[in-house]
Design a protein around this ligand. Structure first.
Ligand code: FMN
Length: 193
């Protein structure tokens, strides 16, 4: 159990009828079962939606929501082999909040499972001094694979996804704990004494 580690779970789509909620809720449930304190950050939330036009008040609300997290998980679909623009706008709207934090990537899409979108986020987070996890969780063509309770219908699919999520959660916990300790010992980077 990874009790007391606070994780911001960031939704990667603001599209009407988005599939993102299904994957986000599935992941939130697993992360909470693993003991993380999970806060969902939704760029479609009316308080955050004005981020898309650079609204300073929405940016301040985002930074407040991200502040104090020990790590992040991004749930991204794939749009034209990349992550959606609104997700990139959300990432761009904060800076110090990402620093020296692990970021786990969960993706979905067509046969690629959204992996190409996930990979586009690695250089973005590197620029922000955040550390993306090597292990990902991805869903290829998941659109009819979940039941009304948000669980994968096929037991083999469910077993594979749960196993991937355990590996992912263990890695997230290790990095979140290690970087929390490091930040407490010495402020990160440019703000270090
Ligand atoms: C503009 C757009 C571009 C897309 N491009 C891709 C793509 O390159 N590869 C892929 O696997 N799926 C692609 N898709 C399919 C999406 O992965 C799928 O529609 C998914 O449900 C989108 O996530 P959302 O419903 O949460 O917004 C695209 C969808 C949209 C809307």
């Amino acid at each position: 159990m990874h009790t007391s580690l606070r994780i911001g779970l960031i939704q990667g789509s603001i599209r009407d009828g988005r599939f993102n909620d299904t994957i986000t809720n599935w992941a939130a449930k697993r992360l909470r079962q693993q003991g993380f304190d999970v806060r969902i950050i939704d760029p479609r939330d009316p308080a955050l939606l004005p981020l898309q036009v650079g609204d300073p008040a929405a940016e301040a609300r985002l930074c407040e929501a991200l502040d104090g997290m020990d790590g992040f998980v991004v749930v991204t679909p794939e749009y034209n082999h990349a992550a959606p623009g609104p997700l990139k706008s959300l990432i761009d709207a904060a800076k110090a909040e990402w620093e020296a934090r692990p970021v786990g990537l969960i993706s979905y899409g067509g046969i690629s499972g959204g992996l190409r979108a996930a990979e586009t986020l690695r250089p973005v987070f590197a620029e922000l001094h955040a550390m993306t996890l090597r292990d990902t969780v991805s869903f290829a063509m998941p659109f009819n694979k979940f039941d009304e309770n948000g669980e994968l219908k096929d037991p083999a699919d469910a077993k594979r996804a749960d196993a991937a999520m355990v590996t992912f959660g263990n890695s997230l916990a290790w990095w979140a704990q290690a970087l929390q300790t490091a930040r407490n010992e010495r402020p990160y980077g440019r703000r270090a004494a």
